[in-house]
Design a protein around this ligand. Structure first.
Ligand code: ACO
Ligand code: ACO
Length: 152
């Protein structure tokens, strides 16, 4: 699949729709898209995904948002986007790539471990403290964030 990655300087509504699918907090999305690098992913000129990379600590890059258009999910695009982030981090001399996801995001946890991420810690009650609305996923109330790390 020939995916094209373009860095964005301006976000449009379709970009926001994707970003908010991965993270329902508009405030957090606006904050990290201003500080980090946001890429759109297109396939045959059609927008199919977005990914946001944020330098956090020295030599550390975090994937703070990754989303694939619902009609294009489960076709390997997410995995290719993670490979893009890994290559980007290596090329730019980062030593560690991080990602965090909800403890209820079973499929995402599978995917991140499949590409090599290892669980590093748990941010207990992260989603209770940082989100005003309750998030329910896979029939469970989301409370805790699982943090994962890939040493490059
Ligand atoms: N449930 C079950 N399995 C999944 C899921 C899921 N939600 N997502 C991916 N997988 C599995 C696939 O079945 C596939 O398995 P296989 O290799 O055994 O066939 C493997 O993971 C690879 O999947 P892809 O097709 O590459 O992933 P996809 O293109 O669907 O993208 C993504 C994954 C980005 C998580 C997508 O499902 C999505 O946009 N979800 C909604 C937004 C979201 O949850 N984003 C992540 C939040 S955390 C963050 O942003 C830091
Ligand atoms: N994968 C996916 N979903 C599962 C699994 C699994 N391995 N096990 C349970 N579930 C889900 C069920 O789908 C069900 O979901 P639902 O409520 O939405 O329908 C829910 O969990 C409850 O399932 P039960 O039918 O009550 O669980 P089951 O009788 O299958 O027993 C158990 C679960 C004990 C884990 C069983 O699968 C098993 O013996 N597995 C092999 C041994 C094992 O892994 N034991 C646990 C190791 S950790 C430990 O021992 C402390």
């Amino acid at each position: 699949m020939n995916l094209i990655f373009n860095e964005l300087t301006q976000l449009t509504d379709p970009h926001y729709e994707l970003l908010l699918d991965a993270d329902p907090s508009k405030k957090l999305v606006d904050d990290y898209t201003h500080r980090g690098f946001t890429y759109e992913v297109t396939l045959d000129k059609k927008l199919v995904g977005t990914i946001v990379l944020l330098p956090t600590r020295p030599e550390t890059l975090e994937i703070v948002n990754i989303a694939v258009e619902p009609n294009f999910q489960k076709q390997g695009i997410g995995q290719q986007m993670l490979d893009f982030a890994i290559n980007y981090a290596k090329k730019n001399y980062y030593r560690t790539l991080e990602i965090g996801t909800g403890s209820t995001s079973i499929g995402q946890l599978y995917l991140y471990q499949k590409v090599g991420f290892r669980i590093s810690s748990i941010d207990t009650d992260f989603f209770i403290h940082h989100y005003s609305e309750e998030i329910v996923e896979n029939g469970l109330v989301l409370r805790d964030m699982i943090r994962l790390r890939l040493n490059l």
